[in-house]
Design a protein around this ligand. Structure first.
Ligand code: NAI
Ligand code: MG
Length: 356
């Protein structure tokens, strides 16, 4: 049966960048990829049309889809709305509704863009790591939490770091399977020397590792991991960690590559149903000008092919087309440097299609 893809263009540059990914998808479909495509609004676009950022129309299609491609949501025209109506709430709502607990953020630095990083080119050139962040648990959600007056009459703030065994197991399986599809090395990041929650995390990962004998599991304390990420980032293949450590480490890793327009992401559920989107926002400052870099969105589509459709061949085909376009010297404004050729968003999409 054909797989169902739902496209959510969203706001700002969303429709422009998603249109380029759609061109790529159309080539794959013409070559035999068996998918059907539907489209729905999310965020501000959904508010404009239905009065809510994640309306029932979108929800029904999202629940029925096998994979979702999102542009980005948000814009200054929505900043005065009540919080529950804001575009960003639509994004939080869809992630929660679909139980997308596994956030995959690759940090890849194509050799042609080595100068975009703030780190020395030899440290980061050719960098290709994947951070897997648990997204629905940990100290961000643990109860009890709050601000209270303690027995001494002093005010105190408190949160609870909490992971159920089932939550650790399911993210472990996603991480091991992601490592199997890549360099077969998995580094689990914890603070097991101080925090019981992460000591437990480490214990479960060691147990799950027995089911993946082809993957080499290592453990690293989070403070050391932060240091190693800037010292020698290429030592890593896949890193996996909880929500709070992953929040910090994934942002740190993404900036090794220096260019937000190049960074895809995936958020997966237990059955590898996923929401795929660029890591950047809706860039209202350049929206409607055909200036945006569509490559993060096109690379998000490649992740969809890999993780939701298990089609490594098609994923590599798309990624290689992106590499070919960069090797040819084509650059959107955000990654332009002297000696390269500046192209528009749609021209970049056309170039990727040609390279396919
Ligand atoms: P942003 O990521 O939209 O933009 C930051 C800067 O990067 C801007 O100068 C923008 O022009 C540039 N940029 C972003 N994507 C680009 C691309 N593909 N090509 C070239 N340049 C690009 O973040 P900002 O400005 O903080 O937020 C703008 C809006 O996006 C806000 O409403 C915010 O809430 C929303 N947002 C949405 C996200 C999502 O949908 N996942 C994530 C982050 C922000
Ligand atoms: Mg963050």
């Amino acid at each position: 049966m054909s797989k169902k893809i739902l496209i959510l263009p969203g706001d700002g540059i969303g429709p422009e960048i998603v249109a380029q990914a759609r061109k790529v998808l159309d080539v794959l479909i013409a070559d035999g990829l068996d998918v059907t495509i539907s489209e729905a609004p999310l965020g501000g676009a959904a508010y404009d049309q239905y009065g809510a950022p994640y309306p029932e129309f979108t929800q029904n299609l999202a629940r029925a889809a096998d994979a979702i491609l999102l542009g980005a949501v948000g814009g200054p025209q929505y900043d005065t709305l009540d919080r529950p109506l804001r575009p960003e709430r639509g994004l939080l709502a869809i992630r929660k509704d679909l139980n997308l607990f596994a956030n995959l953020r690759p940090a890849i630095l194509y050799p042609e863009l080595a100068n975009a990083s703030t780190l020395k080119a030899e440290v980061v050139s050719g960098l290709d790591i994947l951070i897997v962040r648990e997204l629905t648990g940990d100290i961000y959600f643990g109860q009890p939490r709050g601000i209270r007056v303690n027995a001494n009459g002093e005010r105190e703030g408190f949160n609870t770091m909490l992971y159920a065994e089932s939550e650790i197991r399911r993210i472990a399986h996603v991480a091991f399977q992601a490592a199997q599809k890549r360099g077969k090395k998995l580094c689990s990041v914890d603070k097991a020397n101080v925090l019981e929650t992460t000591e437990f995390w480490k214990e479960i990962f060691t147990e799950v590792a027995k089911e993946y004998p082809d993957v080499e599991l290592s453990h690293m304390y989070v403070d050391n991991a932060a240091m190693q990420l800037v010292r020698r980032p290429k030592q890593f293949d896949v890193m996996v960690t909880g929500n709070i450590f992953g929040d910090i480490l994934s942002d740190q890793a993404s900036m090794l590559t220096g260019s937000i327009g190049m960074l895809p992401s995936a958020s997966l559920d237990q059955n590898n149903k996923g929401l795929y989107e660029p890591s950047h926002g809706s860039a209202p400052d350049i929206a409607g000008k055909d200036l945006a870099n569509p490559l993060a969105t096109i690379l998000s589509l490649a992740m969809m092919l890999r993780y939701s459709f298990n089609d490594e061949t098609a994923a590599l085909r798309v990624e290689n087309a992106v590499k070919a376009v960069l090797a040819k010297g084509l650059r959107t404004a955000d990654i332009y440097e002297e000696g390269t050729e500046k192209v528009s968003c749609s021209a970049m999409g056309d170039a990727v299609v040609a390279a396919l």
